[in-house]
Write a protein of this length. Structure first.
Length: 65
């Protein structure tokens, strides 16, 4: 059970990291609209991290035993 949960969490993290790296490779944005879109994406990502915080902590706790 722990191994499955760990693999799922790692997969989710890898997916998010690839998306962030793709966004960073697009370069600097200049328009206010593009900046607002990036801010909204960042806020959505933070909300998603917060939503998964309990699950991630549970996996960490299981791994320490």
């Amino acid at each position: 059970m722990f191994a499955v949960a760990l693999l799922q969490a790692e997969s989710w993290i890898d997916e998010k990291q690839k998306k962030l790296e793709a966004e960073m490779s697009k370069g600097e944005v200049s328009s206010m609209e593009d900046k607002m879109k990036k801010l909204q994406k960042h806020q959505a990502f933070q909300a998603e991290l917060t939503a998964h915080d309990g699950r991630i902590q549970n996996i960490k706790d299981k791994g320490q035993y």
